[in-house]
Design a binder for this molecule. Sequence first.
Ligand SMILES: NC(=O)c1ccc[n+]([C@@H]2O[C@H](COP(=O)([O-])OP(=O)(O)OC[C@H]3O[C@@H](n4cnc5c(N)ncnc54)[C@H](OP(=O)(O)O)[C@@H]3O)[C@@H](O)[C@H]2O)c1
Length: 335
Amino acid sequence: MKAIVLKELGGAFVLDDIAKPEPGEGEVLIRIAAAALNHRDLWIKQGKYFLKEYPCVLGSDGAGIVESVGAGVSEELTGNKVVINPALHWGPRRHGHGKDFQILGMPTQGTFAEYICVPAENVYPIPIGLSFEKAATLPLAGLTAYRAMFYRGGLKRGEKILITGIGGGVASFLLSFGVKTGALTYVSSSSQEKIQQAVSLGAMNGVLYTAENWTDLLLEMEPEGFDLVIDSAGGPEFLQLLKLLRTGGKIVNFGGTAGKIPEMVPAQLFWKQASILGTTMGSPIDFEQMLSFVTEYIVTPIVDRVFPMEEVQAAFDHMQNQSQFGKIVLRIADI
Ligand SMILES: NC(=O)c1ccc[n+]([C@@H]2O[C@H](COP(=O)([O-])OP(=O)(O)OC[C@H]3O[C@@H](n4cnc5c(N)ncnc54)[C@H](OP(=O)(O)O)[C@@H]3O)[C@@H](O)[C@H]2O)c1
């Protein structure tokens, strides 16, 4: 089968022929129609991820058709159009994953290939009305956004929320989910155009995080501050987010795109009655609830661009240049 292989750290993606996998006990074999990129794939390519196993086939997001099933799996799944939950072996506790937890696409083969085998319990019907390309954007980013916003962040209608770096894939789901929930949703970005795009999709307003006084600008817009900030950047500006909270507010962080967080004065935390919460992907319940939310609220994933499989390098350049607004998709097969 055709697969996009990353042969070595920092190397190029190569379209190669590799062995088609066979479904083992409890697994299904899926013919992939579309896959989507996540920043995680870029971190792995750059050697900035904690796992470094090359050569590898990356990709955590995929949608396609079940072609066959392994022992112990109902034949009725064959022919179903599915999305894959990339949070493998989460474990029994919703509050946190267990020690066997893995993310699809390192160390196991990912979705940037014509076929993949995954546990049957990780496949779900595609929400009604979504194409393979739109469905392929849901798994990692939708799951992370859903858990960050609702399970960890506890967002409620009418609350004020800030989403940092709105051009990002996860951020695009946070925007859709926040607006659909009836939250007053603000954004930050490096691009005025992306802020305008977010406003056209229902955001209240936004600021450039590259401006020196960006937190002051946000407090001019919302003088009482925010109930919830969801952040993927971390970095030297992270503690500025505490300034933006109303008392009792929460920051949920799921990423470190901007690097290390500096030292904090404890009063910044306790005087604000603040909570700083970390989150990573989500449990099977989070995934199911995310799909139900997408169906009930008719969420249309924001697809920035679709690249053919052969143009994978251009797709990654697009992500590395921060040119995207939403998710970047690879078309694997026309099925
Ligand atoms: N823990 C988890 O489960 C989990 C899950 C998914 C992602 N992540 C992490 O979350 C981050 C985003 O992932 P993604 O796949 O959504 O990435 P992505 O689609 O590549 O988006 C990256 C976005 O980050 C924003 N950004 C860059 N520097 C920033 C800064 N200094 N302050 C605020 N925003 C900044 C940019 O927004 P603008 O274009 O608007 O400037 C950029 O578009 C990555 O670090 C990723 O590893 C973690």
